[in-house]
Ligand binder design. Structure first.
Ligand SMILES: NC(=O)c1ccc[n+]([C@@H]2O[C@H](COP(=O)([O-])OP(=O)(O)OC[C@H]3O[C@@H](n4cnc5c(N)ncnc54)[C@H](O)[C@@H]3O)[C@@H](O)[C@H]2O)c1
Length: 318
């Protein structure tokens, strides 16, 4: 990836901007394509004046050919695409499933077409554990039953299918990385999809009680955003193809999470229990043997270390 450039779609968002940090720190030339619908240029402010960085404002649901070509003129060609641009709000995928399909499925097709036309060598796609639904036995392996419960999950799964067709029919090298519950700096607590950690962080900062739905026994595989960026990088450098889980392999309950938030914020925060949420998945944890064996990647951050770093960021933010 050295004498060439990397394109990150959705690079102004939470995970995308953390990936841009890692790529820039490793010395790459980085182009970001983003329509700023949920991302922000503030997330990229460290790099805007760097000669190795270019921001392209563009929408993956319309033609991306011209904006990309005109903005990268004179710079190195794109070797690898990390495709993270998406509508990530599961609730709004129920409200407007067609718009979700335009962005999360047709948008992926546009990115793959661009890759083929421009001789891009490899595409890494941000997929999601949402493709599994609630039926898989634990820990969840890549070949577990795929049974998405939302249009969002369905469009992620369909996009994985697209990557496979482009790989088999036109030889475009790719991999789909299924993220579990990502957390860390730059996650927006106002986004309904952003999950329990950013909400706990915001409440801890305001010294308000932590709200727990049900008894708090529901579990998730919480993975730190810096580990996700490193995992994506390792997958891009490998030759592995097809779907791959990216998590920690550690199952953490919401109640344990709340206790750890108390510890890292050094506050005796109250815990308030609310009725359980309808349809909530009770347990989830990734089987991470495929990514470990095929790329050598293992998440490094423990939940306590990750929460500490995240809490520091939330405190600094305002
Ligand atoms: N956060 C998680 O826990 C999680 C879990 C599984 C998968 N993912 C996937 O990871 C990726 C990044 O998610 P995130 O949490 O950083 O969300 P985010 O909303 O912060 O990032 C998404 C980015 O895509 C951009 N975008 C949206 N629609 C676009 C369009 N039509 N054209 C160009 N850019 C567009 C947004 O402006 C934003 O910068 C997404 O593909 C998401 O589905 C996230």
């Amino acid at each position: 990836m050295r004498d060439t450039a990397v394109l990150v779609t959705g690079g102004a968002g939470f995970i995308g901007s953390n990936l841009v940090d890692l790529l820039m720190e490793k010395g790459h030339t980085v182009y970001v394509l983003d329509d700023l619908s949920s991302g922000s240029l503030d997330n990229l402010e460290e790099w805007v004046d760097d000669h190795r960085f270019r921001f392209i404002r563009g929408d993956i649901t319309s033609s991306i050919e011209d904006p990309i070509r005109s903005n990268i003129r004179g710079g190195p060609p794109i070797d690898t695409i990390f495709h993270l641009a998406a509508r990530v709000d599961v609730t709004s995928s129920f409200e407007d499933p067609k718009q979700d399909a335009y962005t999360n499925y047709i948008g992926t097709m546009n990115v793959l077409d661009h890759a083929l036309k421009n001789d891009v060598k490899r595409v890494i796609f941000a997929s999601s554990a949402a493709i599994y639904g609630d039926t898989a036995s634990l820990p969840i392996k890549e070949d577990a039953e795929r049974s998405p419960l939302s249009p969002y999950g369905l469009h992620k799964l369909s996009s994985e299918g697209l990557l496979e067709v482009y790989r088999k029919q036109w030889g475009l090298s790719s991999a789909s990385v299924r993220f579990f519950n990502v957390y860390g700096p730059r996650q927006d607590p106002k986004n309904p999809y952003s999950g329990v950690i950013s909400k706990f962080m915001e409440r801890a900062k305001m010294k308000e009680p932590l709200i727990i739905f049900g008894d708090g026994g529901q579990t998730r595989d919480f993975v730190y955003v810096g580990d996700v960026a490193e995992g994506l990088y390792q997958v891009a450098r490998s030759k592995v193809h097809g779907p791959m889980n990216l998590g920690t392999g550690v199952e953490t309950s919401v109640i344990d999470l709340a206790m750890t938030v108390r510890k890292v914020s050094m506050q005796e925060l109250k815990m308030v229990h609310m009725p359980p949420r309808k349809g909530e998945i009770m347990r989830s944890v990734a089987d991470i043997s495929k990514i470990e064996e095929e790329t050598g990647f293992t998440a490094q951050m423990t939940i306590e270390q990750g929460l500490k770093q995240t809490y520091e960021w939330f405190k600094r933010r305002c």
